[in-house]
Design a protein. Structure first.
Length: 171
């Protein structure tokens, strides 16, 4: 059980694809190894604080995982519906992850995130990776480190990476 493992500070190894109807939280320094499986998020929360597929708020590593969804309204912005949302966290690594079918792929908000391997963010309604500086004075702690990582977004109508109102489409 995800919540019990997180509460105990244990690493999570996904052993089968599954569907979650609420946000999965990662508040501490744990590793989530998806073993190349898919978590489908059918989270219907309308509160932005609870609307992600996976919310990371601690120094975690998520690797070898596909997150599909959430996206409750495919023709409009759904407040906070990101496949993976990293909020106010340091030393987070996203390695060999795919986020698809979400309202938006990944949000890095007031956090330090390192991307590793291949991060695929194709097939999301509003785009791939949003970087928000939020309360930070600059983007130093809110910019994903993409040195050596490949960011893949095959969608041409949405940005691969966008930063607080500016758009960077070359991933």
């Amino acid at each position: 059980d995800w919540a019990a493992a997180v509460a105990a500070g244990q690493n999570i190894v996904v052993t089968a694809a599954f569907t979650a109807d609420t946000q999965l939280n990662v508040p501490g320094a744990i590793t989530v190894n998806g073993r190349n499986l898919t978590i489908t998020s059918e989270n219907k929360a309308e509160n932005a604080a609870d609307a992600a597929g996976i919310l990371v708020t601690g120094a975690a590593a998520i690797k070898n995982l596909t997150v599909s969804g959430p996206n409750n309204t495919t023709t409009a912005w759904d407040e906070g519906e990101y496949g993976i949302k990293v909020y106010n966290a340091e030393n987070v690594t996203l390695q060999d992850v795919t986020v698809t079918g979400a309202n938006a792929g990944i949000q890095v908000n007031s956090s330090a995130v390192t991307l590793a391997g291949t991060v695929t963010v194709s097939g999301n309604e509003w785009g791939g990776i949003e970087v928000c500086k939020s309360s930070n004075e600059g983007l130093t702690a809110g910019t994903p480190n993409i040195n050596g990582a490949a960011v893949v977004c095959t969608d041409t109508a949405v940005p691969a990476i966008w930063i607080d109102g500016t758009t960077k489409t070359d991933g």
